[in-house]
Ligand binder design. Sequence first.
Ligand code: F6R
Length: 623
Amino acid sequence: MCGIVGYVGRPGAPGAAAEGGPAVVLEGLRRLEYRGYDSAGIAVVTGDGVAVRKRAGKLANLVELLDADPLPDTGTAIGHTRWATHGGPTDANAHPHVDAAGRVAVIHNGIVENFAALRAELTEAGVEFTSETDTEVVAHLLGAQYRLTPDLTEAMRAVCARLEGAFTLLAVHADAPGTIVGARRNSPLVVGLGEGANYLGSDVAAFIAHTREALELGQDQVVTITPDEVRVVGFDGTPAQGRRFHVDWDASAAEKGGFPSFMAKEIHDQPQAIADTLLGRTDAAGRLQLDEMKITEAELRSIDKIVVIACGTAAYAGQVAKYAIEHWCRIPVEVELAHEFRYRDPVVSERTLVVAISQSGETMDTIMAVRHAREQGAKVLAICNTNGSTIPRESDAALYTHAGPEIAVASTKAFLAQITACYLLGLYLAQLRGNKFADEVAEVLAQLHEVPGQVRQVLDGLEQVREIARSMADTRSVLFLGRHVGYPVAMEGALKLKELAYIHAEGFAAGELKHGPIALVEPGQPVFVVVPSPRGRDSLHAKVVSNIQEVRARGARTLVIAEQGDTDVEPYADVVIRVPRTSTLLSPLLAVVPLQVFACELATAKGLDVDQPRNLAKSVTVE
Ligand code: F6R
């Protein structure tokens, strides 16, 4: 949820940034602001203590403060951009937090679950708190521990032993200039490796402008960085090694590239995201292969059920997967919200394949569900966009989506890449289990390879959708209908509109309409309808055309997404939005694009920030 950056550099070293610590950290925070944006702050180690600047509101407020009251240009700095959990978004609750002596500064992502007990204990001992956060407890504990064991790594280990919950912590101490100590439990932290400079970040975007070499940390580890050294130990003191990796995208991928927003750019990145996700998936014999498959072919042949676990948009990708995988592989597929799966008593066994879909790989609800599934003996395959993140690391196999960094809080290109990866998985299983002949798999793959070009066509023809969106800035409610794979598309269209434009929106299975939701339809009510191909199963298309008539008869304004050449919808549609022809199962990759553009344009017309919608954070690292 929160974004964390740390930098230590030896001035003049080849890999050190020319700017001082505060500027490097501020730049990192700009790239991480999507993770949380209700307050921000930076701390540096000075000759005689730690200096902190922090401000409620977006990063721009902190920049204003730093302009008025700059921090000393030291080579050791930590910074934080917050998504509030304990305590509202105020200056006092913003991170970093310092101990009473002002010697230690701490930033934190996550929740210290036993903070109330620790706070009571510290209050009893005479500590006065200046904020309502759980983080301040850690600052006081660390300050006190350091007085007993004047070694920041050891002090951090001792404090972590007292904390319950999920956390990433970074700390600096006035007595240890040139050193930052980090710790992680169930919350992300990666190390950026430079020459004469090292970095810490919630994700690689924090330091991508300076280095593409990174180190992934394991669970329950403490890392100590200086300009020339990175040391990792477990919470129990055992020396550990991180896994080194190279980041395969650069700083320009995390820029807007001439678009007015990251959201607009990411919508336009979609053809590339699909193409890159499809890249290099076949071996010399044309057989599909996946990335990190530690599940044997025999195990995959023996699975009798698939359960997809995910949240939000990723769960809608899972719903599309259900239609495709059941159809191609004849394996039952359940799709469940990760937080619901975790806290009931799901029936899974060694013969269940659990597929965890997550853009960030750090969604706590999904992490907990992955762990639960593995404890029950299931094999877990992660579909993930973030190399080195927790979900693929804790899974038995990983299939990476290559969508590149997704900065806008609302997911777009990661969604299309997730659906693409799900198709690959379905085809892989069909090939392996003999449900499909090689030429049948090749035919679907060939169709999939055409999709990037088709998405480009959709994007090139959306002026009509933009105009409609701009004319609907005052709309209070929009409904979305779909059947079969069009149903998750309808729900995703509604979610995008809620998130970006703060408009009440609902996605329904079109067949469900007459069982209740049709009561919502009154004259003028806008209703988007996602229509399946008329070339697919005839009854499906005809049923949706009937649904359009039903809402139109009650006065709805119908906005219909239909395949090119589908004339059946024309008599009942107020507006027809055309998408190219593809098979029904692949059609979500095209049909959802106008809905993303509609939500983005309407929110923009309302003057809203489409990249950072209110109350949301990119990566939900608390349960
Ligand atoms: C919606 C959106 C969220 C995420 C969900 C899961 O636009 O972005 O619903 O899809 O929070 O996040 P990941 O995929 O990172 O696990």
